[in-house]
Structure formats: C-alpha cells, structure tokens
Design a binder for this molecule. Structure first.
Ligand code: BG6
Length: 482
C-alpha cells in the first residue's frame, strides 16, 4: 500500500541515538569497576581493538553531550555497565559507579536530552560468569537486584528503561559476541536454559520498574527483523515462519504475553533443548508486562526449506552471523537487496514490514533502539568525514518509518546506532557507525578527538524539521543529491 499523504512524526517524537557502555566508555577498570565478560574476551582477531579505552566516553562525556545537544538529540539511549555499579554482579554496590551515571544523566537532562537506559547490553559481570553465568538460577536474582538498584537510584530522572539488549542475538550468535556458555555437553540446550533464565530475570526487572517508579516505562530490546521465504514454495514459507518464531517471536511472546511461542516451543522440543521451568517462573513471566517494545533493526533475513544439495548456512550477514540450521531452515541471500561492504544486506522496506508485524502482534508503542550502517569512514586532512552512504541508509530507513506511521503504527522514537563512533562487537573500530568521528585506530589511540561527519549536519536538519513530514522530501536525501 502506498500512502498519498504521509503522516507527520508526532510532536515529542524521540529523535535520538544509541551507544552501549562497553563499546563507548572505556575506563574498563577505573573507579572500582569490576571486569565483565567483555573484558575477558579472548577470541578477537589480533590487531582488532579491545574495549579497554573504546571512545573514552567515561572521561569525555561532557564534551560528547555538548555535541549531542548541538546535533539536536532529544534522547540518548545508552547502557549501564552492570559491573561498574555492582563490580562482582551481586555484592556491594560501587558508589563511584553510581556517581558516574548520575553525572551522565544530569548532564543529559541539563542539555534537554532524555536518557533512555538499557540495563544490560552484553556485559555480564565476569564474577557471575565464573560462577556459571546465566546457566545459574542465582543470576536471575542478581539481575533483579541490580535492576532494583538502578531504578531506585535513577527512577526520578529516567522515564524509559530497557531490560536486556538483543537477548536473541546473545542466544543465536553467542560465539560472534564471545558469549558462549561455559563448557557443556550440550551447548545449545544450555543456551536455551540461559535464555529462559534471562526471560524470567527480564520479567522481574520489568515488574521492579513498575513497583519502584510510577512514571517509569520499560520494555525488552531484542533485534527484530522480518523473515522472507526464499520463494512461494509453501515449504519455504513454513521455513520462514519457523525461523521468525525461533529468531523473533520466542523472545517477544515471552516478554509481552508471558508465554512461549508455540512454534518455537515445538522446535525446542524437537531438538531436546527445552529449558527446565521452575515453579513460579511462568507466573513471573506473566507478571512482567512491558509498556513498550524496543527493537534493533539492521537488515532482514531470507530463508528456504532445508535441502540436501545445499548448505544450510547462508544469507545476508557477515560470516559470523550467517543463518541456517540443518533440518529446519536454510539461509539464502536476497537477490532484491544490495549488500554493504561488511556483507550485510540493506532493506529499508523490510524495516516498515518489521514495524507492521510488531505492532499488529503486540499493540504496544515501538521504540527503535538501533539502526545504522557500519562503514570504513575516512577522516580528511581538513577534519571532514564524507559519509554520504550513511545518510542514504538512514534517510531510506526514516522514510520507511514514516510509511509505518501512516500504516497506523505507534512509534515513540528512533535512536540510530550510533551517536558517536565506538568499537564494533567483533570488527573493531574500522567499522564505524557514528555521527561523530573518533580519531583512533585499532591499537593506536591517536588524539581520540571528535569530528562531526557529514551525517551529523544531515541528522541535525532532519531532527530540526521533525523528520520533515509534508512530502517525500529533500531533508532525507543526501546532500550530494539534494
Ligand atoms: C547490535 C548490538 O547487534 O548491533 C551492538 O546491539 C552492535 O552492540 C551493533 O555494535 C552493530 O553490530 P557490529 O557487530 O557491527 O558492531
């Protein structure tokens, strides 16, 4: 359906941008912070930046927030490093850790920028990991306690809370993130046990927000992407539905409806990967009740039915993120989509489809917490960074988000990845996403100076014009085309 008159973005729409603690803060062992599983990662290829200094946001947040204000951000979505606040995950609270986030949040509020806080973005405290991590029930209690500490401390300043970033990616692509479970005879089964514990922990954290902060709104933040069948062959359609259930709805049905998705539950049973469910768990899930669904979207997926003569692993993502599973679904590339330099397909229309699927299914306001393009940006001698490819990517996605608004979807805000350059999850600083360039290499920290990219001025105009809403307009077009 094509809308003749696009809907304007609503007043108060949260034009924002995102980061996560371990990718931007640095200061990995400063002021009492404990190590996280990220600090213990050993599988990064030699010559790839680690996360010890990252973008040094811990020490430069005031300068960064001044730039965010100049950009016009109305919201900044960031995560709290659990092990900065509770260094060993479930022991003493670190006052210096809390003080840092008070300074950060106060500076945002003073600049008129709404803080949107993710409680946990991949960086489990290493001390908890050494005691079994998410395989252990006690980690559920530790997360609930941590969530209660955060909401009690910051609840009068923070309105929007997100529980767990990309739980589905942690389960589906654990090895790419360095998050594989400790030795186990059946790692997949173990991962789904961990998944269940995270779902219960998340539900308890959502309940905690509602108990402690009457104005607080909370939701999950998975990576959600529409899944296309490779063809109109009914078996391909079933495979696409299976993958969507395994990738998307397993996580959100549990978070929103408090129950396991039927197809995903059948899949887990078929594989022998169903988790142990303790008494009280399903009641906890049912009591979770999110106020919104946040989601990250980079690309769609295309899958077909498994075939003996073709490998099951394939599709749009880089080699660490290929999809497919023998006997269930086969990842394929989508001939209608272009691929970026890191091997990810670009699908703005899939963004609209994903919005529609999410809203039809859950009828909760949607918040985009990540969307963006990794690129090998070049800092010119005059300090400029010409990233027209990023402007094009973001412009096309914003245009599709506007179509979704016209479709009737309730969208709260848009926080692309990333506010400022940071260290990618597994591809170092060479893969940049920010509106603000950070002058550092993989090992060479150089000046760590900040430079506005072309996309900075472009996004500034988009925000100032509230997404420009009256026509299929010029603000979304890269400068060289406008
Ligand atoms: C999401 C994560 O998976 O995608 C971010 O929440 C991540 O942490 C982003 O950085 C982009 O992925 P990558 O691998 O290119 O850094």
């Amino acid at each position: 359906m094509q809308h003749q008159s696009p809907r304007p973005f609503p007043p108060g729409f949260l034009w924002g941008a995102s980061t996560s603690a371990y990718q931007v803060e640095g200061a990995w062992n400063t002021d009492g912070k404990g190590p996280s599983v990220i600090d213990a990662r050993t599988e990064l290829p030699p010559g790839t930046a680690d996360f010890t200094v990252a973008s040094d946001h811990y020490h430069r947040f005031a300068e960064d927030i001044a730039l965010f204000a100049e950009l016009g951000l109305r919201a900044y979505r960031f995560s709290v490093a659990w092990s900065r606040v509770i260094p060993d995950g479930d022991g003493a609270v670190n006052p210096a850790g809390l003080a840092f986030y008070h300074r950060l949040i106060d500076a945002l509020l003073a600049a008129g920028i709404e803080p949107i806080v993710t409680m946990y973005h991949f960086d489990l405290p290493q001390a908890l990991q050494e005691r079994g991590g998410w395989s252990r029930r006690a980690t559920v209690d530790a997360f609930e306690r941590y969530a209660r500490v955060l909401v009690s401390e910051f609840g009068d300043k923070v309105r929007h809370w997100l529980t767990i970033n990309e739980q589905n990616v942690m389960i589906l692509f654990a090895s790419a993130l360095g998050l594989e479970p400790p030795r186990s005879s059946d790692p997949q089964r173990e991962l789904y046990q961990q998944n269940h514990h995270m779902l219960v922990a998340q539900a308890r954290a959502m309940r905690a927000v509602h108990e402690i902060s009457p104005r607080g709104k909370v939701g999950p933040a998975p990576n959600i992407a529409c899944v296309y069948p490779a063809s109109s062959d009914p078996l391909d359609v079933v495979a696409a539905e299976d993958f969507s259930a395994i990738r998307n709805w397993l996580y959100l049905d549990a978070a929103v409806h408090g129950r396991y998705n039927t197809t995903a539950w059948a899949y887990l049973g078929e594989r022998g990967w169903r988790p142990r469910i303790e008494p009280g768990d399903m009641e906890d899930l049912a009591a979770g009740r999110p106020d919104l669904v946040a989601f990250n979207y980079y690309t769609s997926h295309t899958v077909g039915a498994p075939r003996d003569d073709e490998p099951e692993l394939g599709g749009s993502a880089d080699q660490h993120l290929l999809v497919g599973e023998a006997g269930t679904y086969r990842g394929v590339s989508n001939p209608h989509l272009a691929t970026n330099e890191f091997g990810w397909e670009t699908d703005p229309v899939g963004f609209r489809t994903t919005f529609r699927q999410l809203y039809d299914r859950y009828r909760l306001p949607l918040l985009v917490t990540e969307n963006g393009l990794g690129g090998r940006d070049v800092l010119e001698a005059d300090g400029a960074v010409h990233d027209s490819y990023r402007i094009e990517y973001l412009g096309e996605h914003i245009a599709q988000m506007r179509e979704a608004l016209a479709d009737g979807v309730d969208v709260l805000g848009y926080c692309p990845w990333s506010a400022i350059d940071l260290v990618s999850t597994h591809q170092g600083v060479a893969k940049r996403y920010g509106f603000i360039y950070v002058d550092r290499g993989e090992d060479d920290l150089r000046t760590l100076g900040r430079h506005r990219k072309d996309s900075f001025a472009w996004y500034q105009r988009v925000i100032a014009a509230n997404g420009l809403s009256h026509s299929r307009d010029t603000a979304l077009v890269p400068p060289h085309q406008g």
